[in-house]
Design a protein around this ligand. Structure first.
Ligand code: GUN
Length: 290
């Protein structure tokens, strides 16, 4: 069994990005600039955004954090998005989700200029990814693809079962896995699937993104399968300073001995996501897609 080390891979990629940035700057090019919009004081969002700003520093990017209080109106947030769209110094930006209930998230996402949408959430990017055109791919599926590539996990002609059909992970992941060059045969299972266990037992690759701790058990895994665990559920743990620990969707202890490859939680897919946002920002700065 090979443990897929997302933390080490993410560090390698960030070093690669920094090298590229310094080369661009040395040749007189522009240092990539990412802006992040944070509304309110949600603990999880604060941590994510802080880590995104730190990753920008590690990659040699310029970053700008725009903070707004919870009571910002939708109109005010939309005008902030418009300003960022028009600001020539900003190559890409994100609006951290979730947003307060009185703001229509989809409206905000669709207001972002798709050429600066480094989260890859705008329908133009989602659609372009679906039809195999160059576009910003959302961070989690992009990170998984990068891990599979860097660890030389064979995907061509393999049966890949994806657990979960979310817009951010399951759906884009299914499209990427079936694309030319990746060439997997893809099955997407979700909470209403009747044959989920049987599908899993036949899978060469399982990508679990359903948010149920320990859901994928040893009896669901074919010996030699590659297992990608996207789950990051916070479960109470009194022995931790934070009061919780992260739990994946896979029963790691019993599944790991069976597989060819497996991602741990934490330290697997998680660390890759922010560094994929950095890759997208680098691409935005180079006007690589649009
Ligand atoms: N909230 C949780 N994950 C994400 C993400 O990848 N992007 C944004 N904008 N918000 C998030």
């Amino acid at each position: 069994m090979i443990l897929i080390d997302g933390k080490a891979t993410a560090a390698t990629i960030k070093a690669e990005i920094k090298e590229e940035v310094e080369k661009i700057v040395a040749q007189g090019g522009k240092r990539p600039h990412l802006a992040a919009v944070l509304v309110g004081h949600d603990g999880g969002s604060e941590t994510y955004v802080k880590n995104k700003v730190l990753a920008c520093e590690a990659c040699g990017f310029k970053s700008t954090l725009l903070r707004y209080e919870e009571d910002i109106t939708e109109e005010e947030l939309l005008s902030c998005v418009s300003r960022l769209n028009l600001d020539n110094d900003i190559d890409g930006f994100i609006v951290q989700l979730p947003l307060p209930k009185h703001i229509d998230e989809q409206k905000v996402i669709e207001a972002i200029d798709y050429r600066k949408d480094v989260d890859g959430f705008h329908p133009i990017n989602v659609g372009r990814v679906a039809i195999g055109l160059p576009a910003f791919i959302s961070a989690t599926p992009k990170g998984i693809l990068e891990l599979l590539r860097r660890y030389n996990v064979e995907t061509s002609g393999k049966k890949c079962v994806i657990l979960g059909r979310s817009n951010i992970v399951g759906k884009p992941m299914s499209q990427l896995m079936m694309q030319k060059g990746v060439d997997a045969t893809v099955t997407v299972c979700h909470s209403r699937s009747k044959t989920l266990k049987e599908e899993c037992r036949q899978a060469d690759i399982i990508i679990a993104a359903i948010g149920k701790p320990g859901f994928v058990t040893a009896d669901m895994v074919k010996p030699g399968a590659a297992i990608i665990d996207v789950g990051t559920t916070r479960v109470p743990d009194a022995s931790r300073k934070s009061g919780f620990r992260l739990s994946g969707d896979v029963d790691f202890e019993n599944v790991a001995p069976l597989c060819s490859y497996i991602t741990p939680v934490p330290g697997g897919v998680g660390p890759m996501t922010i560094c994929m946002l950095m890759q997208n920002t680098l691409a935005a700065g180079q006007k690589l897609y649009y």
